[in-house]
Design a protein around this ligand. Sequence first.
Ligand code: ADP
Ligand code: MG
Length: 492
Amino acid sequence: MQDRNAPLENGTTTSTPTAGGQEERFAHLLEAVRRRITKQQFTTWFQRTTLVTWRGADLVIGVPNLFYQQWFQRHFRGMLAEVAGELAASTVQVSFSLEPAGPRAGVSDPAALEPVRNVPPATGAEAPAAGVHAVGALTPIAPTPFHGTGSGDRPLLLGQHYTFENFIVGPSNHMAYASARAVAQEPGRAYNPLFIHGPVGLGKTHLLHAVCHEFLSRCPSERVCFLSCEEFINEFLLALKLNDVDRFRQRFRDVHLLVIDDIHFLAGKERTQEEFFHLFNRLYQQHRQIVISSDAAPSEIPTLEDRLVSRFKWGLVANLEQPEMETRMAILRRKAELQGVEVPADVVELIAANFRSNIREIEGALLSVVARSRITQAPIDLALAQQALAPSLHRARPAITMDQILERVAAHYQVKPSDLRSKKRTRLISLARQVVMVLARRLTPLSLGEIGQHFGGRDHTTVLYGISKVETAMEANPRFQAEINRLADRLA
Ligand code: ADP
Ligand code: MG
């Protein structure tokens, strides 16, 4: 590494005081950048940057938060490498580290240097905290009566927007989507039962409603029964109490499609499990379609009887995973469209980058932004979104530790965490170690030197080298890039 930097070291780090030379070069860099982009872009993005280090071919720029870091990686890295390369007359590797902006940025207006974190929190009324909104928060997603046939004496309630058309498909949910669709098109034949599981807020209920919508549009006269598991339990217990179990059973007699949401609530309810078991068998023998959702795979639901677990596995078990960045962005665009609001791309990215694990929270964030725009009568832009989301963006996230990263990466490459800390240099271990470095850089506020400490005191140039190797490989290989992004997503 040092060798190829040699020509550069002369004019800067050796013959002039290190910091001064770097700072001056960085100021020139900012000047050159300023000429290349719009004033607004420069103010939004570059006023908060700092110089961390520019030694030889490695330029590390400090940015105030994770969102900036991802944005810079994606949008400015190429341009910065080019401009820096011109200034240095040699190749420069640019990376971004999380640093609250300080006075070193060379920007005269101190207010502009305030880290984003310090944006005053908006009041609750103006910006409802993201994540507190129920399904119906983004009107009119709230369930509205559907004209289809409900079983028994009640109308069937389906969310009108919970359709397949409004379900954004990505690698994380493709399997569940495709099987749900197949089931709606060939009920009782494609997969029976269909069991969809995944953590809260990832679209289980949406898919279940979509199955009903599509089924009813094909077979409007057939009977559909959609129940939450709690409803099933309560109604059964009531029937027991009223000594009216026959009528309870009657309800399901001619049902062609039975959909039960959140079946994990059956855990520990022995009598109801028994009842459900018999209902399942009856419908199954008649080739009626059964669709079930749960927050866990069948065998992972505690105290679910084995015979039910095995029934659930007869058909197809599909799971929903955390959606990737692209899918989250597409979902946001669709939700905005359903709301009839225009949301600029950078705002979509801001939300998608910061809310990862639960689509309901993503919707809540969008709603906060829309609400703020309506109240202040200002158009939706990045600054407005940052203000609207300030309370939730800066709610302290549990910090990601080096140990967590080491463990996750070690498990991914099937090596031991202790191997990563050791001096071993097999290809796989070296690769895994470099991946840890990249993730640590992205997800923790640790400096390069501090990261090196976790690998038997390797110095910061080794860490930089590791990072740039992985990043180059990521650029060359989209599959590798997706793999690393997935690892990062799971950790964050
Ligand atoms: P779950 O039942 O798994 O807790 P929901 O089905 O209630 O989750 O989904 C929460 C919200 O996220 C709903 O508003 C739903 O429309 C939305 N959502 C989840 N996944 C998607 C997706 N892939 N495309 C569009 N909207 C989605
Ligand atoms: Mg649900």
